[in-house]
Design a protein around this ligand. Structure first.
Ligand code: NAD
Length: 345
């Protein structure tokens, strides 16, 4: 990741969530860029995640909703961003199955609202500003649906086949964003990333859930037979990919982002439990793996995700740099050293 010569203004939405907060911290540490973060502060966010940078003069926060017409308009014309990075979303599949409404509101109508106002703002820019402007929509590999073991990894040409209300809402927003490029020549890009892990991830997601349940000696629930496969990327690698795409990505394109790191859920649990056995010994020589409990499978549960990351490598030179072995150790250490982040979160 190279330091930008001239500071750039980035309007980030959903920056108080897991990936957004890692992105903001990385940008403030490694570039001279200015960030405005708009976040609704839903249950999945934490203001604690950005404590380390909240007084940074290059950072500002606005509490609000991407569905809010006048607020989005006001921010765009006041802040005058060169880049917009849209992380804001409802992101948990299980919640989308129980209560899809908010997923449709934020993930579809919210993105539409962002596009509508960003396009108007873009039209007001001069030629040089227009050339630099980018609208980057952060999406997921889940839009492609599920793979069998023998099937090829997802490429950007794989057909969309979402299984859950979450992935269907993200698929809808991806189509909207790309249509803004085709119809209006609006300089948008979509990224479809695989499963992220790392610091600041809300404990409803698999990896922090395992670590925290180990610490609390609570049951570790695992869906079905635990054989589902996900392709894991350390969150910092995803953030450097976003940085590179903003600078070198081609407008109107999609980029798959992944780390070539497919693992079965059950193997993730085994690995974390083993590391926890070494780091925080249980009483009476018990192992953390004994805490696992098989639970009824999620309806429509995708079996396997796998990302072909050739295109982003070719277009931007980006490469993931953190192995799963290093990333998971760092993540576990982070949760062990930051218990106040997830207690009373
Ligand atoms: P997250 O749930 O941790 O964070 C989402 C953030 O968006 C929260 O801070 C929340 O308060 C905010 N938000 C929600 N609705 C909003 C609204 N209407 N207006 C403004 N802010 C709102 O999610 P995450 O894991 O950080 O994911 C960020 C993005 O990346 C999402 O779009 C998600 O689909 C995508 N993604 C996530 C993963 C992953 O493994 N976590 C993988 C690929 C893609």
């Amino acid at each position: 990741m190279k330091l930008e010569k001239k500071p750039i203004k980035i309007f980030v939405t959903g920056g108080s969530g897991f990936i957004g907060s890692n992105f903001i911290i990385q940008q403030l540490l490694k570039t001279e860029n200015q960030i405005l973060n708009l976040d609704k502060l839903t249950y999945a966010s934490s203001i604690k995640s950005l404590r380390s940078i909240e007084n940074n003069t290059r950072y500002q926060f606005i509490h609000g909703d991407i569905c809010d017409n006048s607020l989005i308009k006001e921010i765009l014309y006041d802040f005058q961003p060169t880049y917009i990075v849209n992380f804001a979303a409802e992101s948990h599949v299980d919640n989308s199955i129980k209560a899809p409404d908010q997923f449709i509101a934020t993930n579809i109508f919210g993105v539409f609202n962002m596009l509508k106002h960003s396009k108007k703002y873009f039209t007001s820019l001069n030629k040089r500003e227009k050339e630099k402007f980018r609208f980057l929509h952060i999406s997921t590999d889940e839009v492609y649906g599920s793979l069998q073991l023998e099937e090829q990894s997802f490429t950007e040409k794989s057909p969309y086949c979402p299984s859950s209300p979450y992935s269907a809402s993200k698929a809808s927003s991806d189509h909207l964003v790309l249509s803004w490029f085709k119809t209006y020549n609006f300089p948008a890009i979509v990224t479809n990333c695989s499963n992220n892990y790392g610091p600041f991830q809300f404990p409803e997601k698999l990896i922090p859930l395992i670590i925290i349940n180990c610490l609390n000696e609570e049951k570790i629930p695992i869906y079905g037979d635990g054989m589902n496969i996900r392709d894991w990327i350390y969150v910092e690698d995803h953030c450097t990919a976003i940085h590179e795409i903003l600078i070198k990505g081609k407008i109107g394109r999609q980029y798959n982002v992944g780390s070539n790191n497919e693992l079965k859920n059950i193997d993730i649990i085994k690995t974390i439990c083993k590391i926890m056995d070494d780091k925080v010994k249980r009483k009476n020589n018990l192992n953390y793996f004994d805490l696992i409990e098989y639970v009824e499978d999620r309806p429509g549960h995708d079996f396997r995700y796998s990302i072909d990351n050739a295109k982003i490598k070719e277009h931007t030179g980006w490469n993931p740099s953190i192995s799963f072995e290093d990333g998971i150790l760092h993540t576990i250490d982070w949760y062990l050293n930051n218990k106040d982040w997830f207690t009373n979160n």
